[in-house]
Structures are given as C-alpha cells and as structure tokens.
Design a binder for this molecule. Sequence first.
Ligand SMILES: NC(=O)c1ccc[n+]([C@@H]2O[C@H](COP(=O)([O-])OP(=O)(O)OC[C@H]3O[C@@H](n4cnc5c(N)ncnc54)[C@H](O)[C@@H]3O)[C@@H](O)[C@H]2O)c1
Length: 264
Amino acid sequence: MKQYLDKFSLDNKVVFVLGGAGLIGEEIVQAVASAGATLILLDVNSKKAKAIVEDINASGQKAVFEYFNAMDLEKSEKQLEKIWKQYGPADVWVNASYPRTADWPRSLEKMNLSYLRKNVDAHLNSCLWLSRKIALLMKKSEVQGSIIHLGSIYGVQANDLTIYEGTKMSGEISYSAIKGGIVNFTRYLASYFGPDGIRANCVCPGGVLDHQDKQFVRHYEHKVPLKRMAKAEEIASAVLFLACEASSYVTGTTLMVDGGWTIV
Ligand SMILES: NC(=O)c1ccc[n+]([C@@H]2O[C@H](COP(=O)([O-])OP(=O)(O)OC[C@H]3O[C@@H](n4cnc5c(N)ncnc54)[C@H](O)[C@@H]3O)[C@@H](O)[C@H]2O)c1
C-alpha cells in the first residue's frame, strides 16, 4: 500500500516563515515544525519570535529567529542573500507578515496619499519584491520550492461593509487593492517559474476569531455558511498542504479558507 501521509512530511526541508510571530504566522510555524521542517522565523517582533523559537527547540525540532523588516526594501535583497547563505537553500517561503503603518486602518475619507503609498509599499510591494528574490534564489540553487502568500477574502471580493455596522471597526480601501494584487502576482510568479518546478500559491483566509467586537462577530457568523469565524490553525493547515509534496501539482491557485464566505 502507498504511504500517502509521507507526502505531508517536511522532514529535511528548510522553511522560511516571514511574519511567523503573528496570529496566523505562529500557527504556520507550529504546523511546519510539527511536520519535521527546520524553521527560519523572520519577523520584527523579536520578543515573541524568540519565545516561539525556544518553544520549538525545546520540543526537539530545529528553529532559529532572524530579525527581518519587510518594510526595509532597499536592504532586503542583500539580507535575503545573507540568510539564504547561512540557513538555505530554503524549500519553502511563506509570507505571513502584515506590514503596515502605525495609523492603519484609515477610513476612505481620512486617507492621504502618503499613507496610501507607504502601505502599498509595505504590504504589496514587499510581498512582490521579497518573493521575486526568493524565487530567483530557489532557481539558482536548483530548488523546486514552494512559495506561499497570504491573501484574503478581500483579495477576491469587495468588503461587505454591513458587518461593521454598530461597531467602531471599518473596512480599509487599500487592503482590497493590496490583497487583490498579491493574489494576481502569485499567479504571475507561478507562471514565470513553473518551468523551473517552483510553485507559488496564495491562501486566502476569512476572518480569524481574535477578540473582535461582539457585534462584528455576530454579523460575521450570520453571513458565513459555516456560521463561525476561522481559527488560525485552520489557515495553517492549508499552508502546510501547499508547502509539502502532497500539493506537488498545485500552482498559481487561490485557496480560499473562509468557511464559505466567498461562495454566497
Ligand atoms: N487575521 C485575519 O483575520 C486575516 C484574515 C485574512 C487575511 N489575513 C492575512 O494574513 C496575514 C497574517 O495576518 P495576522 O492576522 O496573523 O497578522 P498579525 O498582525 O497577527 O501578524 C503579522 C506578523 O507580521 C509581523 N510584521 C509586521 N510588520 C512587519 C515587517 N515590517 N517586517 C516583518 N514582519 C512584520 C508582525 O510582527 C507579526 O508577527 C496578513 O497578510 C493578513 O492580511 C489575516
């Protein structure tokens, strides 16, 4: 009998997770480490990242933390080359970061040009610029790697603004543009590097439950077919699938992990 579960193993694989100290990133880190990968956690939150890495090492898996600021695009190519030389070649690159300015989110009325430019640069341009470099490094190292981006339901659909009614929460207009850009950039990357055996995919989560306003949660649960918000680990399982051999013929896809939000 064939051993299909072996295809989900990341034994002897090196996985870089940018934003690995975040709500979703931390679960991704746990998922890939539990599948056997050596983990390189890149983040600006040194304190939390160090604690995560310590925890993983204590459980017998291998993990290291490197400070990495995705908004520092001028330095990023050199820094990625350095990290690649030190810990690579990487088999998997996951970008689960959420780079944004301190005054994020802003309403449509209160947005200004400087805010817009900074946030598009921080989130969309960094995703593109870093993955471009990683794909080139994978190609040079002849690694048939997997690149995974985090999109969003709002990368494929407009916000349903009614879910914010009665709360202080609001949609963010640049977020849809950024996430839509990430979804389609992922397809481009998959097309460009397909002949090299490098895959690129996008996981699009629905809202993850995280102490949001109760009214917002009620609206959200009412709307979504599974009648609840996501758990971060449910997003991480999808990332794990795209990281390992089980998804070897999946590239350029937009994998919705949204409890059915986008089908109704
Ligand atoms: N949480 C959700 O409900 C949800 C839903 C859909 C999509 N997403 C997407 O999933 C991804 C992760 O979201 P999250 O909720 O885990 O976010 P989060 O804010 O909890 O975590 C983001 C991580 O990115 C790190 N980070 C921020 N700026 C950085 C920078 N300049 N350089 C490097 N690292 C940086 C943070 O330190 C943090 O560890 C994001 O792309 C987000 O848009 C999240």
